[in-house]
Design a protein around this ligand. Structure first.
Ligand SMILES: Cc1cc2nc3c(=O)[nH]c(=O)nc-3n(C[C@H](O)[C@H](O)[C@H](O)COP(=O)(O)OP(=O)(O)OC[C@H]3O[C@@H](n4cnc5c(N)ncnc54)[C@H](O)[C@@H]3O)c2cc1C
Length: 425
């Protein structure tokens, strides 16, 4: 059995961020990065652009072999963790190899969650989470004429736009009453939905897919026929299922590491088991707004959690506790820019939340600011010019807006930047 001081499972944003923290203070400690994906690290956020052909797989690597050699990292790709023995401090890989670790980081992210729709398991369908998924979808583009995208979340909407731009006739089916409910309220979502419809996407919002079966397709792509709850049936060359993700934690089954939806961690990303940490989409961490622990589910959260986990693994005295998950999303669609920071729906907050709304649908402008207890709780916009990173910091730092509230509501971009530059100084 081989041994290592640090073992990192996963090679995406959380894993690489942790690696960075560790190597800041310990350049020589043996470090193994084991990842299920067979490729060099890449960001899942580029996948829709690989589907459309805008980005090439070999051009979007986050790190290369030279980086791993220079940083004294034994990078093992194409070898997922299949088991963990916390007492013996060993992991087993899918190919049977075993490693003993001193400190272990679980940064295995999330994988597509497939809904239990009758007939779906026997129907050809695609998902979009890995580079292989994206490369396969890209290869199909010239061969398919129609696509049904199941799910109006971020990934489904990105994929749908890239498919229609590639000349495929696209239908989005979303069972909830609006698209992107995690990031925008119904009014903002309507503007986004209308833009998709104006660009030729058939929007079936508030409709549920209740059945699927194999059906024709093209010589190169196996097709599907799907049924909606209203009775309509749609035949399609390509069915893309984008109905959310679930943390990849099957290797923990039956073991002592505590899980709920994901791996439960404290404010320094430690699990309930000594010398095991978790970070990124696999981890269920504290929620900035209070209440139950949640999964961050976004890139900046994965990077920050990874950074803290790495610092904890190396006992870095500069470590500061994770402030909790604050959503942050920037979403470009058909030349427009939508941004959502923190909470976008005041109904999710307590009484006394102040709402400032400014909408001009003709000019595709939307801006909503939520303030509570004198602090910014959330801001969302379409073609609004504020800097999402600045707003994220204002939320996280619970910056007191009271002295500048009226100016901030009028011009959050300038006032926010001014506030932050004074804080940073
Ligand atoms: C199409 C798409 C678009 C997105 N767009 C955005 C966006 O615009 N903004 C945003 O903030 N976020 C976006 N996200 C989400 C963002 O990519 C994730 O939040 C982020 O990648 C999470 O990073 P992570 O390191 O936790 O895990 P992941 O990126 O999920 O990576 C998981 C890693 O674990 C490895 N792994 C999995 N199972 C095992 C195992 N058993 N053993 C070993 N290794 C394993 C995988 O090989 C991979 O390296 C998008 C995601 C997708 C799929």
């Amino acid at each position: 059995m081989e041994q290592t001081k640090y073992l990192i499972a996963g090679s995406s944003h959380a894993a690489l961020s942790a690696l960075n923290s560790i190597r800041m203070l310990d350049q020589d400690g043996s470090l193994v990065m084991i990842t299920k994906d067979g490729r060099l690290p890449y960001s899942p956020t580029v996948l829709p652009y690989v589907v459309s052909g805008q980005s090439k797989p070999e051009k979007v690597q986050l790190r290369d072999d030279e980086f791993f050699a220079k940083n004294n990292v034994n990078f093992i790709a194409g070898a997922g963790l299949s088991g963990l023995d916390a007492d013996k401090k060993t992991v087993t890989l899918e190919d049977g190899r075993e490693w003993r670790y001193e400190k272990l980081l679980l940064a295995t992210g999330a994988a597509p969650a497939i809904p239990g729709i009758p007939g779906l398991p026997d129907t050809p369908y695609h998902v979009l989470r890995s580079m292989d998924d994206a490369v396969n979808l890209n290869a199909l583009l010239e061969k398919v004429k129609t696509a049904v995208v199941l799910g109006g979340g971020l990934i489904g909407m990105h994929a749908a736009e890239n498919l229609i731009k590639a000349g495929v006739a696209v239908t989005i089916v979303e069972m909830r009453p609006q698209v992107l409910p995690a990031y925008f309220d119904a009014q903002a979502a309507k503007i986004i939905e209308q833009t998709f419809a104006d660009n030729g996407v058939a929007m079936r919002i508030g409709e549920t897919l209740v059945g699927a079966q194999p059906d024709g397709g093209t010589p190169d792509s196996k097709g599907a026929k799907v049924s909606l709850d209203g009775g309509d049936e749609i035949s399609t060359d390509l069915l893309l299922v984008c109905t959310g993700v679930a943390p990849s934690i099957s290797y923990l089954e039956g073991g002592p590491v505590e899980t709920d939806q994901g791996i439960l961690v404290d404010e320094c990303m430690a699990t309930n088991i000594e010398n095991i940490w978790a970070a990124g989409d696999v981890a269920q961490a504290s929620n900035f707004y209070g209440g139950e622990k949640t999964i961050g589910g976004i890139l900046p959260a994965a990077v920050e959690q990874g950074r803290i986990a790495g610092m904890a693994m190396i006992d870095d005295p500069a470590i500061k506790p994770y402030p909790g998950n604050v959503p942050l999303n920037t979403y470009g669609f058909f030349g427009n820019q939508a941004v959502s920071v923190g909470v976008s729906d005041e109904n999710a907050l307590g009484e006394g939340t102040e709402v400032s709304l400014s909408v001009n649908e003709e000019e595709m402008f939307y801006q909503k600011i939520l303030i509570g207890g004198g602090c910014l709780l959330g801001i969302s916009g379409i073609n609004s010019k504020f800097d999402p990173g600045v707003m994220w910091q204002l939320v996280l730092l619970r910056t007191d807006l009271a002295p500048v509230k009226d100016e901030f509501l009028r011009d959050p971009a300038t006032v926010g930047l001014d506030l932050m530059s004074r804080i940073w100084r």
